[in-house]
Design a protein around this ligand. Structure first.
Ligand code: FES
Ligand code: FES
Length: 178
């Protein structure tokens, strides 16, 4: 069974030692996903697999047979850039841009984790059913994605704004029904 990258099926590498990151960059020429440390420390290689964020440098491509992988190239569509990409531009959440694809994919994974109430290291109540994405929660949950340029303030602002906009959009139908 092939792997699906941004909705398109691709063959798995015959060599089981090939990382998902190298499959993306070297074989499929999807260079948006970046290789920083290549050892799980920087987050530059973050992609989404079935909506969950993973470090593609630590993943063997063959592990993801039949799975749906989304890279930064898969986020924009006919309507243009993803709202989070637009927010990064609006908030100057990048300088050189090397960490940016990983930051954006990681933040989208973060949104899914918060939506299902997954706690982080700074969540006070581990039994709580819901998580409030406070400033500290956001910074902790993005701490695996490093920016060497110092764009962290803009990155946090872009993610917070996009999360709040999504939350308001999700709240509107129920508010209307109330
Ligand atoms: S390249 Fe994967 S974590 Fe740094
Ligand atoms: S924008 Fe350069 S490393 Fe983050």
């Amino acid at each position: 069974m092939p792997i699906r990258i941004n909705g398109i099926e691709a063959d798995l590498p015959p060599d089981p030692r090939v990382s998902l990151l190298d499959l993306l960059r070297e074989t499929l020429h999807l260079h948006g996903t970046k290789k920083g440390c290549n050892q799980g420390a920087c987050g530059a290689c973050t992609v989404l697999v079935d909506g969950e964020r993973i470090l593609s440098c630590l993943a063997l491509a063959v592990q993801y047979e039949g799975r749906d992988v989304t890279t930064i190239e898969g986020l924009s569509g006919e309507g243009g850039l993803h709202p989070l990409q637009q927010a990064f531009i609006a908030h100057d959440g990048l300088q050189c841009g090397y960490c940016t694809p990983g930051q954006i994919c990681s933040a989208l994974g973060l949104f899914a984790e918060v939506a299902r109430g997954a706690p982080s290291a700074v969540t006070a109540d581990l039994a709580a059913q819901t998580v409030t994405l406070s400033h500290d929660e956001l910074r902790e949950r993005m701490s695996g994605n490093l920016c060497r340029c110092g764009a962290h303030n803009g990155i946090v602002a872009a993610i917070a704004e996009t999360y709040d906009a999504g939350r308001l959009a999700r709240a509107q139908p129920s508010e209307a029904a109330a």
